[in-house]
Design a protein around this ligand. Structure first.
Ligand code: HEC
Length: 132
C-alpha cells in the first residue's frame, strides 16, 4: 500500500476514536486483547491478576473497587489523569514508562495500530457508556 494511503487510514482511525464512535464489531481489537486475557477480564468487576477492564476508558487509574493496585498506579491516578486514548496509548506502549512501579508485567504493544484497536475494543465493552 502507498505510504500516504496508510497515513490517511491512520488518521481516520484516530479521528473515529476521538469522536468516541462505538466499535461494535472490532475483530482486530478482540484479537489483540488475547494478549491481555490471561490477566484481565472484560466482565464488570471480575478481577484476575489484573483488574477488570470493563468500563476502563473514562476511569481514573487505580480506582476500581475491590482490586489491590500497586502504590505506583494509585499515585498515577492521583495526578488527576483519566484513562483515555492518549494515556492508554502511552501506558500500553511501555507500561513502566508511564507508571514506574506498575505490577502489570507486560512488555507493551509496539504497533500503534494494535494499541488503537485494543483501546477501541475496551471502549466498546460498555457500549460507550462509562460507569463514572
Ligand atoms: C501478566 C499480566 C498482565 C497482562 C498480560 C496485561 N495486564 Fe494490564 N494489568 C495487570 C496488572 C497486575 C495491573 C494492575 C497494575 C498496577 O496496579 O500497577 C494491570 C493494569 C492495567 C490497566 C489499568 C487499569 C486500572 O483500573 O487502572 C490497564 C488499562 C491495563 N492493565 C490494560 C492492559 C491491556 C490492554 C493489556 C493487553 C494488551 C494488558 N493490560 C495486559 C496485568 C496484566
Amino acid at each position: 500500500m502507498h505510504k500516504s494511503t496508510m497515513m490517511l487510514i491512520g488518521s481516520a482511525l484516530a479521528l473515529s476514536f476521538t469522536a468516541g464512535a462505538a466499535v461494535a464489531d472490532n475483530e482486530a481489537g478482540e484479537a489483540v486483547f488475547k494478549k491481555c486475557k490471561a490477566c484481565h477480564s472484560t466482565e464488570a468487576g471480575k478481577k484476575k491478576v489484573g483488574p477488570s477492564l470493563y468500563g476502563v476508558v473514562g476511569r481514573t487509574p487505580g480506582t476500581l473497587d475491590g482490586y489491590k493496585y500497586s502504590a505506583s498506579m494509585i499515585e498515577y491516578g492521583a495526578t488527576g489523569v483519566t484513562w483515555d486514548a492518549a494515556t492508554l496509548d502511552a501506558y500500553l506502549t511501555k507500561p513502566r514508562d508511564v507508571v514506574a512501579k506498575t505490577k502489570m508485567s507486560f512488555a507493551g504493544l509496539k504497533k500503534e495500530a494494535d494499541r488503537q484497536a485494543v483501546i477501541a475494543y475496551m471502549d466498546g465493552l460498555d457500549d460507550g457508556h462509562h460507569d463514572d
